[in-house]
Design a binder for this molecule. Structure first.
Ligand SMILES: C[S@@+](CC[C@H](N)C(=O)[O-])C[C@H]1O[C@@H](n2cnc3c(N)ncnc32)[C@H](O)[C@@H]1O
Length: 442
């Protein structure tokens, strides 16, 4: 990043460089290393960090070109620091939930980018654009989401304003930040005074590069940036074509009766009637579909409802809940008193499948390889067709391309969460090789 920052503009001691959210000073140290290696003068450094321990640690590193200040980069007094020829950093990725009410209010009134469910790195971009001198260059590593999410519309406008040029965007490996589920990118921006060709050099994770012209009206950059990938995605095949079904889990109409912890299953109920289950919140809590919850389930493996005589001790136990079960609307409409609201499609449910939450902050998909979990209604599941490799489909659904498509197409709930409805997911384009094997199957 440092080399990229200086690529076309070598630093001089009269230049100023800013390190927002400087941490313990890794970028400042890299600047000294690069300048030493190239025989360049050090620019004059100004580092800003709120964490006192980081500031302390950075100061003892004795980086001669830079002063470390304990300061909030988003406070107004930052604007008194003057202009900078270079700005480089890894801004904090703090979603709105991590902020106090007071901070949210303050930021909303001070930043154009603080709209909806904003994230601090958007504000770091805006503040940096305010501090970048004419001709100055900025390089940030951030999540790539600002390229296409609705919340980043104001930032996209700022980045494509007349005097601002996004020179380069490089998508870097997902594991560049251990432990963080984020698709990172490095963005290089220059403040220009000439209205030149607005070309952005884009490097994707597969190493391919192309030149994009980004729209300047705040609309998503997705198709401009992912040009190649998206074209490749137009195979004519969709998720619906390569899966047996995409459905919500079962609705019993009385989960309070039919679900419990495994250890609470009454003695004497045979294992045949016990099915592991998971709810949407458990998928997140257990990071997958394997939990300690079960359904006591009166349906056989073929999906038929067992006769009460066949249920043994389970029938006695159901009898204890008869009033509650008879009170359900499905019984009014003619269902057997211990039947579920909907007949569970057991033959599809009892297969290796992919499970996901119906409403999620970010789309995420888990494997259910054992094929015995019967998901609750708040979990969706999809069963790949025989010709489609489960692992590959799972990787694809969790890929940045698929995620981008979902974030662009799925409805949003009031809290900004995505609704991963089956009718939308059915339309998700899938890669060419499955389209081909799908055609071959046809
Ligand atoms: C993702 S870390 C990056 C640290 C460092 N630049 C690096 O690359 O290792 C973001 C840093 O920003 C700091 N930070 C968070 N909010 C800040 C704010 N409002 N003003 C200044 N620094 C902030 C955090 O304490 C943290 O050290």
């Amino acid at each position: 990043m440092v080399r990229r920052l200086f690529r076309e503009n070598q630093p001089a001691s009269s230049d100023r460089i800013l390190y927002p959210g400087a941490g313990t000073g890794p970028f400042a140290a890299a600047v000294e290393r690069v300048c030493d290696a190239e025989g360049w003068e050090y620019p004059d450094g100004y580092a800003v960090e709120t964490d006192p321990e980081h500031v302390e640690e950075a100061r003892v590193r004795d980086l001669s070109h830079v002063d470390f200040y304990r300061q909030n980069y988003l406070d107004d007094d930052m604007l008194d620091a003057g202009w900078f020829e270079y700005i480089i950093g890894n801004p904090p990725y703090v979603p709105i939930e991590g902020l106090s009410e007071e901070e949210k209010k303050r930021y909303k009134s001070a930043f154009r980018t603080a709209v909806g469910r904003f994230d601090l790195y958007l504000l770091f971009f805006e503040r940096s654009l305010e501090l970048l001198s004419p001709g100055g260059v900025l390089s940030f590593v951030t999540p790539e989401k600002f390229e296409y999410v609705d919340t980043a519309e104001p930032l996209r406008r700022l980045l494509t304003a007349e005097d601002t040029h996004v020179k380069e965007i490089e998508h870097i490996d997902e594991d560049a930040f251990t432990g963080l589920v984020t698709f990172p990118c490095i963005t290089t921006v220059q403040r220009t005074d000439t209205v030149e060709a607005r070309e952005t050099r884009v490097t994707l994770r597969d190493g391919t590069t192309h030149v994009a012209i980004l729209p300047d009206d705040g609309s998503s950059w997705a198709s401009n940036i992912r040009d190649a990938n998206i074209e490749e995605m137009q195979t004519g095949a969709t998720l619906e074509d390569v899966t047996e079904r995409i459905s919500p889990g079962v609705a019993t109409g009385a989960d309070d009766v039919f679900t419990m912890n495994r250890e609470d299953v009454p003695d004497g109920i045979e294992d045949t009637w016990i099915r592991p289950t998971a709810s949407g919140s458990q998928l997140r809590e257990f990071d997958g579909p394997y939990t300690d919850s079960v359904f006591v389930c009166p349906y056989r493996d073929d999906g038929t409802l067992a006769d009460v005589d066949a249920l043994g001790r389970f029938a006695e136990w159901l009898e204890e809940h008869r009033n509650r079960l008879e009170g359900r609307s499905c019984v009014d409409k003619g269902k057997t008193w211990y039947a579920w609201h909907e007949n569970p499609p057991m033959q599809d449910l009892l297969q290796p499948k992919i499970v996901f939450r119906d409403i999620a902050k970010e789309p995420k998909f888990w494997p259910e390889n054992s094929g015995d979990v019967v998901p609750k209604h708040s979990v969706y599941y999809t069963v790949p067709k025989d010709s489609v490799p489960m692992d590959a489909l799972l990787n694809y659904l969790n890929s940045p391309e698929a995620k981008m498509w979902m974030e662009a197409h799925c409805q949003k709930a009031h809290n900004g969460y995505y609704r991963l409805q089956s009718q939308v997911l059915r339309e998700l384009p899938v890669p060419k090789e499955w389209a081909d094997s799908f055609q071959a199957t046809l």
